[in-house]
Design a binder for this molecule. Structure first.
Ligand code: PEP
Ligand code: MG
Length: 568
């Protein structure tokens, strides 16, 4: 058994198709440069045609965004800068075309790889992909054609390029396992959108797997079993059936409403950390983004705070990507366990109780104003809601909102287009704010309950400490009462309440939250359809009765029993 990373969920059992790319041993040779230039140009034309062909095969299988990878490849293959440099080297050094191609390609790859920017790092992979094809065409090496696979297989490879992945025929390719790669590598992203199970980063697989071996790909747990016993095969056949049946059944709910048996509708949204995560939310039937944790934008930046324009681009991408569906963006929540490489935090005994989130932003208004401006500028691209993290007092909320209004007015006076419908709300994750929700609700447009922090502060139990993790008790009646006070306080003022902490996607908590009147549940994309299925099986009225009883319980054990009985 080999361990890896589950990049695209599912289970497959099939024979190994080991993808061996041709090994090109390229050496410098002295040649007639005119003949080599001609050879190079012919190979370039074939390469362009090959990419066109791969793109044509992928059309209909991949999203517009993924197909754009091939346009990028075509652009590269048509780039006069690339071909010009190669031809120049052939002429200047009277060398062979494949050597010149490799030399120029390696220069470009190391230039892109050394750049401190994910976008350019990904371009290095594109140069590798295109120039490998080019070199094969020059020397007449055949790149394995994955489209010719005509029996059920699991592909095993060192890594898969975007063009490899696009060629996969879902009928015969039941999954793939690669030796390299992570959850966000190109091939992993493609596997998720093609919905092919994949395990990546499976070290040793190329050495251990042989062509035709039987293989179990467990892309739920992130592992691969080579040459399994008949018992293991039986066990995994049953698992695969159950997985498939559940997934199929859930798919029909992608565009369904999240509505209870007695007609009460709630909203199921996704939590995201980067613009790339939008796709997963939409693919899983997310009705909006309920929490965009913008701090990742700051944490990914290595030398300084991200500029207003960099932030604007990210916020715009998310708003546009969601196509008019609601997007709740949380302003910078840094501090606690989240540090920045370019910013020195004060030494504190209890960083989670210290200088973090809105506290830091109200102190360093320069940082905060930049983010607000970027958000307000992006507001015209979709339905933007902004919320402030870690609000403890009404005064903090007022100060933050005043800064927002100031920046908005400035942008308007500068002639910048801004939306008139930006909602400004807050996270309820400090018990003081929950208890006083009715007062906050007079001024905030909405609440989103952050139970990860609300529970840590209510129970006085550090969320990072293993020793006290038993105190993370979403179903504790004390937490349920705080949630109720928050929801009731908002509803009294006609405001909506969401929840973006882990509790919202918890199978036992969701029925109680429904009963308490929560309007929006925001969770990781992969939990959305499962939660929708549950909501659609429940009666709001019955959950209200159950939630009332839960509020009167003494501990989580009683609440858990109550919920389980109500689900029977
Ligand atoms: C929360 O506290 O519940 C929350 C959603 O925010 P974070 O987990 O980012 O602190
Ligand atoms: Mg929080």
């Amino acid at each position: 058994m080999l361990k890896g990373i589950a990049a695209s969920s599912g289970i497959a059992i099939a024979k190994v198709y080991k993808l061996q790319q041709p090994v090109l041993n390229i050496e410098k040779k002295e040649c007639d440069s005119a003949a080599e230039v001609a050879k190079f140009q012919a190979a370039l034309v074939k390469t362009q045609a090959d990419i066109e062909a791969v793109k044509a095969k992928a059309e209909g299988k991949l999203s517009e965004e993924e197909l754009a990878i091939f346009d990028a490849h075509l652009m590269m293959a048509n780039d006069p800068e690339l071909s010009g440099q190669i031809e120049e080297m052939i002429k200047n050094e009277s060398c062979n075309a494949e050597f010149a191609t490799e030399t120029v390609a390696n220069m470009m790859i190391s230039m892109f790889e050394s750049m401190d920017n994910d976008y350019f790092k990904e371009r290095a992979a594109d140069v590798k992909d295109v120039t490998f094809r080019l070199k094969c065409n020059i020397v007449g090496a055949v790149i394995p054609d994955l489209t010719t696979i005509n029996e059920e297989v699991v592909i095993v490879a060192e890594d898969l390029t975007p063009s490899d992945t696009a060629q996969l025929n879902k009928q015969f390719t039941l999954g793939f396992a690669t030796a390299t790669g992570g959850r966000t590598s190109h091939s992993a992203i493609m596997a998720r959108s093609l919905e092919i199970p994949a395990v990546v980063g499976c070290a040793g697989i190329m050495e251990q797997a042989s062509q035709g071996d039987l293989l179990i790909l467990d892309a739920v747990e992130g592992q691969v079993i080579l040459n399994p016993t008949p018992e293991q095969v039986k066990e995994y056949e049953a698992k695969a059936e159950a997985f498939k049946a559940e997934k199929e059944a859930l798919k029909v709910l992608k565009d369904a409403k999240s509505v209870t048996t007695d007609g009460h509708e709630v909203e199921l949204a996704g939590n995201i950390g980067t613009p790339k995560d939008v796709e997963g939310v939409l693919n899983n039937g997310g009705e909006g983004v309920g929490l965009y944790r913008t701090e990742f934008l700051y944490m990914d930046s290595e030398l300084d705070f991200p500029s207003e324009d960099e932030q604007f681009e990210a916020y715009k991408a998310v708003l546009e990507g969601m196509g008019g569906k609601k997007v709740v963006v949380r302003t910078l929540d840094i501090g606690g366990d989240k540090k920045l490489p370019y910013f020195t935090f004060p030494e504190e005994m209890n960083p989670f109780l210290g200088y973090r989130a809105i506290r830091l932003c109200l102190d360093r208004t320069d940082i905060f104003r930049t983010q607000l401006r970027a958000l307000i500028r992006a507001s015209v691209y979709g339905k933007l809601c902004i919320m402030f993290p870690m609000i403890a007092t009404l005064d903090e909320f007022r100060q933050a909102k005043a800064l927002f209004e100031e920046e908005k007015a400035k942008l308007v006076s500068e002639g910048v287009a801004v939306s008139d419908h930006i909602e400004v709300g807050m996270m309820v994750e400090i018990p003081a704010a929950a208890v006083l929700a009715d007062q906050f609700a007079k001024e905030a447009d909405f609440f989103s309950i952050g139970t990860n922090d609300l529970i840590q502060y209510s129970m006085a139990a550090d969320r990072m400490s293993e020793k006290v993790s038993y105190l993370y008790q979403p179903l504790n009646p004390s937490i349920l009462r705080l949630v109720k006070v928050t929801i009731d306080g908002a509803h009294k003022e006609g405001k909506w309440v969401g929840m973006c902490g882990e509790m919202a996607g918890d199978e036992l908590a969701a029925p109680v939250l429904l009963g308490l009147g929560l309007d929006e549940f925001s969770m990781s994309a992969s939990s959305i359809l499962r939660t929708r299925k549950m909501i659609r099986s429940l009666s709001k009225q019955e959950m209200e009765v159950m939630a009332e009883k839960a509020l009167q319980c003494g501990n989580i054990k009683e609440v858990t029993e109550l919920v389980k009985n109500s689900l029977k």
